[in-house]
Design a protein around this ligand. Structure first.
Ligand code: SF4
Ligand code: SF4
Length: 140
């Protein structure tokens, strides 16, 4: 998810910096103990709403069209998460397709498609790509 820091530190190759689609597509929910009221570097409580006895969601992500309250900028152009250092685990754990892990992430494609953005391409050279498991290697 949107990966620009509040201080504006940028990695020019990170596709999330010119995207932000997943922050304006999915419901972003997590355990309330990820909030600042439970830990010093947690998500500011005032940016969340309770959705159950133990879970909260980022404001702006419960209904369509979704847009997280912490997202700044224009999706598909330049975006940043205004609480980057305090963002929740689903935000930290959401990978961009082909980026970092080298794996295809259909949910990234879906978020981008929701904003009329094309899926990210696999730019890893063929010689360096990890082939999918053969039938005999695949877990049963
Ligand atoms: S939809 Fe994919 S590329 Fe866009 S910000 Fe999210 S993870 Fe990054
Ligand atoms: S908290 Fe930040 S990374 Fe998470 S959905 Fe909102 S803008 Fe995106």
């Amino acid at each position: 998810m949107s990966d620009t820091t509040a201080e504006g530190v940028r990695d020019s190759e990170n596709p999330c910096l010119s995207c932000g689609a997943c922050c304006a597509h999915f419901r972003v929910s997590f355990h309330w103990m990820e909030c600042a009221s439970a830990k010093p570097d947690g998500v500011p409580d005032e940016l969340t709403t309770a959705i159950g006895p133990h879970r909260v969601a980022m404001l702006g992500t419960l209904a369509k069209p979704a847009r997280c309250i912490a997202l700044e900028g224009e999706v598909g152009k330049t975006t940043r998460c205004t609480i980057h250092a305090q963002r929740s685990s689903p935000c930290r754990d959401f990978p961009a397709s082909w980026w970092e892990t080298g794996e295809h992430v259909p949910e990234c494609d879906a978020a981008r498609a929701g904003h009329n953005l094309p899926p990210l391409r696999n730019t890893t050279p063929l010689s360096e790509q990890i082939p999918p498991p053969t039938a005999s290697e695949a877990p049963s």
